[in-house]
Design a protein around this ligand. Structure first.
Ligand code: GDP
Ligand code: IMO
Ligand code: MG
Length: 431
């Protein structure tokens, strides 16, 4: 067999909107069918909720396959890891009775989030007046800044205390200048950080691996890999609503660079799409609702951030944005989530195009200035006013809710292969 001919395949799960589409639930559900689940970008800004056996847990860094004992979980090179947040999460999962030690591997090339990244994240945000991004405050942007400035500290550095200390002192000297002179804030205690981080080597060592080579080896052996995106296409630093984005590539292209899995192994891309839309943080959101309907979506959908607890902004499903996401990610099938949230509406609206300066447009403008000026054009569909929560087959679902699904398929040209009708693992319809 030629060396680079994939014998097995990888599937990517991506958010097609502004994050929080229900990726965690779907990855957990699908993990029973995959050998390995990989996070490839972002960090603890993600909050992926998993509900099963009357338990609910939010994962921020550990891949959502961890509750399936046969599944190996990998935190890839593209992720930025806060070691304290990771160890806390490992403790939580272990406390639920799951073995993590021999099933979780962390890329030696992944970059770390240091206390100064979190501090700079909040100082930078506080210094903005009306241009705050509304970050999660988890130090994501500043950590990726160091990565691309080639100043970052990586997981592998934790295993070499002398190298770590030297890099920490260099970084802290530069950051403290910034913290003191630009932000007029108390400097970080260098010795305390050096002490704290020097102690991570033994704790983190059992998890560290060259995950890039490990994943490629497993694929060649015929294993299957699920790549779990965090955030969503519209928050992608290249393809999202810049500058109101995160600092990584949640899109399917990022799955390859963030894991080391070559693109030719990726066969399927599942685009996760909420049946309506939410956004946390700032930035344009054409179909946002500021009325009782928006409040109702938020109330029924419990739309509060899984990481920060912030209230999520709510609006109708936007097909202009969705069609764009499907193209950018090469989505082969859609997983439609939270359809049950629409169960109690007399009518359901879907944005099909925008008006911009008196003209109808169908292409999604990604610059925030233009996007904040568009007016959504809606198609109104009949509501079904009936609960779909018990549906387990497409035929079980109310005909008007099936018409809603067909409408999305016709408008996008992509099949909806999975419909989620509740937060629980089993509350899922496959077609
Ligand atoms: P993620 O970041 O994409 O994994 O999504 P989050 O976990 O941040 O947000 C999704 C929220 O919706 C969580 O509270 C889930 O438990 C919940 N959820 C997921 N799928 C469904 C669904 O089909 N119906 C309902 N009602 N809730 C869902
Ligand atoms: P999951 O994986 C929703 C948003 C923040 C902010 C912007 C930048 O759970 O879908 P950052 O802290 O990344 O620098 O913040 O991105 N954001 C998310 N919104 N879901 C997420 O993750 C998010 N991660 C970041 O609210 O607007
Ligand atoms: Mg989330």
């Amino acid at each position: 067999m030629p060396l680079n001919q994939p014998s097995a395949s990888a599937t990517v799960i991506v958010g097609t909107q502004f994050g929080d589409e229900g990726k965690g639930k779907l990855v957990d559900y699908l993990s029973s069918k995959y050998d390995i689940v990989v996070r490839y970008q972002g960090g603890a800004n993600a909050g992926h909720t998993i509900c099963f056996d009357n338990k609910t847990l939010v994962l921020h860094l550990i891949p959502s396959g961890i509750f399936h004992e046969g599944c190996i979980c990998v935190i890839g090179n593209g992720v930025v890891i806060d070691p304290n947040a990771l160890l806390e999460e490992i403790r939580q999962v272990e406390a639920m009775g799951y073995d993590v030690r021999d099933r979780l591997f962390i890329s030696h090339n992944a970059h770390l989030i240091m206390p100064y990244h979190k501090l700079l994240d909040s100082l930078h945000e506080s210094a903005q007046n009306d241009k705050k991004i509304g970050t999660t405050g988890r130090g994501i942007g500043p950590s990726y800044m160091d990565k691309f400035a080639r100043k970052g500290i990586r997981v592998v550095d934790l295993l070499n205390p002398e190298v770590l200390e030297e890099k920490l002192r260099d970084n802290l000297e530069a950051k403290n200048k910034l913290i003191k002179n630009i932000y007029d804030t108390e400097e970080i205690d260098v010795e305390a950080i050096v002490r704290e981080y020097s102690e991570f080597d033994e704790i983190i060592n059992p998890y560290v691996k060259n995950t890039q080579l490990f994943l490629n080896k497993k694929l060649r052996e015929g294993k299957t890999v699920l790549l779990e995106g965090a955030q969503g296409c519209l928050l992608d630093v290249d393809h999202g609503t810049y500058p109101y984005v995160t600092s990584s590539n949640p899109t399917s292209g990022g799955a390859s660079t963030g894991s080391g899995i070559a693109p030719n192994y990726i066969r399927n891309v599942i685009g996760v799409c909420k049946a309506y839309m939410t956004r946390v943080g700032n930035g344009a959101f054409p179909s946002e609702l500021f009325d009782e309907t928006g409040d109702k979506l938020g109330r029924i959908g419990h739309e509060f951030g899984a990481t920060t607890g912030r209230k999520r902004r709510c609006g109708w499903l936007d097909l202009v944005a969705l069609r764009y996401s499907l193209i950018i990610n090469g989505v082969t099938e859609i997983a439609l989530t939270k359809l049950d949230v629409l169960d109690a509406f007399e009518e359901v609206k879907v944005c099909t195009s925008y008006m911009l300066d008196g003209k109808e447009i169908v292409d999604f403008p990604t610059d925030d200035q233009t996007l904040s000026r568009v007016e959504p054009v809606y198609r109104t569909l009949k509501g079904w006013n009936t609960s779909n929560a018990e549906a387990r087959t497409f035929e079980d679902m109310h005909p008007d809710s099936r018409a809603f699904v067909h409408f999305i398929e016709e408008e996008t040209g992509v099949p909806v292969s999975c419909i989620s009708v509740g937060p629980g693992r089993e509350e899922t319809v496959f077609r």
